[in-house]
Design a protein around this ligand. Structure first.
Ligand code: MCN
Length: 782
């Protein structure tokens, strides 16, 4: 009997190699004659460049070349923004190396190419740059004032857009309850374990770029468009990639510049960022001010929701910058029914590092906003936060359900996930303990936070992406090659960087073709091997790329059936396929798929008109997005004397439909939850009043360690997706999206008796302590 692979907690095929260091990180790669490039970066947030003199650097030992932005001006083009969200969005010119003006600290102004990176770094000191300072623009609200200094000639507003559904005025008119809050989504710095690195080489005619990227295919197209090098002369390879979390979903200045520098000097050029350089110049995430108003009836039923966002674009629009906040546009209404909804967003330029996708991209912000508001509504009505949610959420028998913002959720069961979470959490017992601590005036208060989230992922439907003015499609490519010896090579257009696609795709193919899991290889991340693809982000790989591979398997089987019928001298309709063998119904005669692969290879006896291969290619483009959901519950202990928050317990019950690999899924949720907790309690990018980034090291930018994170109790419910044949939903961002509001709701819940109804993220001990002191001065006591 064959074991079903889909659903098995298989250990990852990738890990033995990765964990023992037999890796191909870009920085490990070397090419004959390779040189190293280092960039001189602006120390000013905003300044005119009046002079750059690189001659001092050129004369130093080991230095092969040095260039200013001006030297490259004729060929460097402008970095692309592929999401012109509105017709009148302002997309400023963005030279990879600044030529006349710098607009954030860290922007490249010159570079040195030398025989090793240390010589290149030393030589940067010999470059002279004269700046004429211009005013920094740091605060989003001030940036929008008419008298604000300008980041770009066209002004500080990149775009503004609004969506309304239902009669929003009527929903708020005479509403018995209106809750109004302003939340800040702090700026975050993605911190992938592997820093960015690029290696470019050329033989004088064609180019190869190895880069720590999530998007080798998109990058290749964009490099061709930006540099004018013909697309068919560019090969992009993403070797092993040590995490990205959205930060490597980018066409970076360094990638473009390394390619151009290799062309200029005709030798391979490598750049690897240091951690501090990375903190300054990897695109940042979040950074929004959210103004929310929720109108409800006295019994807690939501009438309407108004959302006004101001989103910090930073100094330029990178690949997807303006679209990121808009990924939340249809998500603030979340799992709740309401009569009317209004969403508005203004994108603002400031003199800071540009923002772009960071795990969840727009959806963590939306989920935080609505889940915090549901707790505030519950507090206003003196109702249990779960009860107010129950009164508003879509009931399981109402699916498929079209929400007020126009998305149709295919399936879900919020009741089941919540019931399961409540029992694992011991909700009633914890509430009783909370009441007791409040009564006793315990200095350590207990808080309970709820997050009943959903999200929109599986970024695909090309048709819908087009309606949203997204610059590309959302299909994915899959290919299955049957090798003569019966082994299988799978080629995928998705580009994993920690998600375990090699393992999951092997499980899918093993079941589909009836071949052993061990007999399958999965190839990816090289445009010369996977010649088509839309890459990995938006928790899209399984529900788009995995399905493309499954579809390719179906085509392999269709071809194999014709060949089997020919060899077995029967009609294809008389064959049944089971456990990798085509059998003539009711007999013992049959051919395994491996035998058929060999028969196709020898081609000695093929039916007329049949090609000598079973290999197949497929593209998949689903009809709709993927809508995972779940209930996360968090209990925190907040020490009111020190302000310190400790997570006492955390329960995550997620519904991601059918699961391919439960072990990988748990890993994805685990990492995702850690990142969400990090936003709630630890991380924040801080700029000073001159626009210098203060959090450039890991001592200043506080990533949580394992010791700061709780043991999470996981469980799942299962509402299969109806939008793909596996019934699966995406999981890569779910934990991050769900967890931040669960934790902050818990912190606020602990502090509510002290008159506190919000703590700005990250809820550090200092912020909590100060909030308590302020309330104490105002005379608030529990
Ligand atoms: N999976 C499964 N069953 C499901 C859903 C997913 O077994 N029902 C498995 C998939 O087969 C795949 C993994 O879980 O092996 C993640 O699948 P998916 O949800 O499709 O997400 P992607 O592979 O598209 O990954 C992207 C997502 C995003 S957007 C970010 S950001 C992120 C994340 O994945 N960055 C990561 N997880 C990360 N994990 C690591 N280690 N490093 C990153 O940078």
């Amino acid at each position: 009997m064959t074991v079903q692979e889909v659903g098995r907690p298989r250990r990852r095929k990738e890990d033995a190699r990765l964990l023992t260091g037999r890796t191909q990180w870009t920085d490990n790669l070397s090419r004959p004659g390779m040189l190293h490039v280092m960039f001189l970066r602006s120390p000013m947030a905003h300044a005119r460049i009046t002079r750059v003199d690189v001659s001092g650097a050129r004369d130093l030992p080991g230095v092969v070349a040095a260039f200013s932005g001006q030297d490259l001006a004729a060929e460097q083009g402008s970095l692309p923004c592929a999401w012109p969200v509105t017709e009148d969005v302002v997309i400023p010119d963005h030279p990879p190396m600044a030529v006349t003006e710098v607009r954030y600290v860290g922007e490249a102004v010159a570079c040195v190419i030398a025989t090793d990176r240390y010589r290149a770094a030393d030589a940067l000191d010999a470059i002279e740059v004269d700046y004429e300072p211009l005013p920094a623009v740091l605060d989003m609200n001030e940036a929008l004032a008419p008298d604000s200094p300008k980041v770009h000639e066209a002004g500080n507003k990149a775009y503004s857009m609004q969506i309304t559904s239902g009669d929003i005025e009527a929903a708020f008119r005479d509403a018995p309850v209106v809750v109004e809050r302003t939340f800040t989504q702090q700026r975050l710095i993605p911190s992938a374990m592997e820093p960015r690195a690029v290696l470019a080489d050329t033989d004088g005619e064609s180019y190869t770029l190895w880069t720590s990227s999530q998007i080798p295919h998109v990058l290749r197209v964009m490099l061709a468009v930006t540099t004018g090098i013909p697309e068919h002369k560019i090969r992009v390879v993403a070797p092993d990639v040590g995490g990205g979390f959205g930060s490597k979903l980018q066409v970076t200045a360094e990638e473009v510049l390394c390619l151009l520098l290799a062309r200029r000097i005709g030798r391979p050029v490598k750049w690897t960022e240091s951690r501090s350089e990375g903190n300054l110049t990897v695109h940042h995430g979040r950074d929004q001010i959210q103004h929310l108003r929720l109108a409800a009836d006295a019994d807690g039923r939501i009438r309407g929701l108004r959302v006004e966002l101001i989103a910090d674009m930073g100094a330029y629009l990178l690949l997807l910058t303006p679209g990121i906040p808009l990924l939340g546009a249809s998500m603030f209404n979340a799992i709740y029914k309401m009569d009317a909804y209004e969403f508005g967003c203004t994108g603002v330029f400031t003199t800071k590092m540009p923002t772009d996708a960071y795990r969840g991209a727009g959806r963590p912000e939306a989920t935080f906003g609505i889940e915090r508001m549901m707790d505030e509504l519950a507090a206003e009505l003196n109702m249990d936060p779960l009860e107010v949610r129950r009164r508003n959420w879509i009931r399981h028998e109402e699916f498929p359900y079209t929400t007020i913002s126009g998305l149709t959720y295919d399936s879900g069961n919020y009741e089941a996930a919540t019931e399961r979470a409540l029992s694992l959490f011991g909700y009633d017992k914890l509430r009783a303990e909370q009441a007791d601590r409040r009564d006793r005036g315990d200095p350590v208060q207990l808080g309970i936070g709820v997050s009943t989230y959903t999200e929109m992922c599986g970024l695909a439907p090309s048709r819908l992406l087009g309606e949203g003015r997204f610059g590309a499609g959302g299909w994915e490519h899959g290919e299955v090659r049957m090798l003569p010896t019966g082994k299988v090579e799978v080629v995928t257009g998705s580009s994993p960087h920690g998600q375990g696609h090699v393992t999951s795709w092997s499980q899918i193919v093993a079941d589909a073709l009836g071949v052993p899991f061990e007999d399958i290889s999965v190839l990816h991340g090289d445009t010369a091997i996977a010649h088509k693809g839309m890459d990995t982000y938006g928790s899209r790989s399984l529900v788009v790329g995995g399905i493309a591979v499954l579809k390719a398997c179906e085509k392999v089987k269709d071809k194999a059936r014709v060949l089997a019928a020919h060899l077995l001298e029967c009609s294809p309709d008389d064959l049944e396929f089971e456990a990798g063998t085509f059998k003539v119904r009711g007999t013992d005669s049959g051919r395994t798929i491996q035998e058929l692969a060999f028969a196709a290879f020898t081609a000695h006896n093929l039916p007329d008109g049949v090609e000598a291969r079973l290999d197949s290619v497929a593209t998949f483009d689903p009809e709709t997005y993927s809508f995972p959901h779940g209930t996360h519950l968090c209990a925190v202990e907040v020490d009111t004397e020190t302000g310190r928050t400790k997570i006492r317990s955390y329960v995550a019950v997620d519904d991601i439909g059918k699961v391919i690999n439960p072990l990988i899924v748990e890993g994805q949720l685990h990492g995702g939850i850690a990142q969400g907790i990090a936003q709630a309690l630890f991380e924040e990018a801080v700029y000073d009043a001159e626009g210098n980034l203060l959090t450039t090291t890991m001592a200043d930018y506080l990533l949580p360690s394992a010791a700061d994170l709780p043991d999470v109790t996981f469980d799942r419910t299962e509402s299969p997706a109806t939008s793909n044949p596996l019934g699966a939903k995406g999981v890569g961002e779910a934990g991050t999206i769900a967890s931040t509001p669960a934790v902050v709701n818990a912190v606020v819940d602990a502090l509510r008796p002290y008159g506190i109804d919000d703590v700005r993220m990250p809820c550090t001990p200092e912020r909590v302590w100060r909030a308590l002191q302020e309330r104490a001065q105002e005379g608030e006591r529990p």
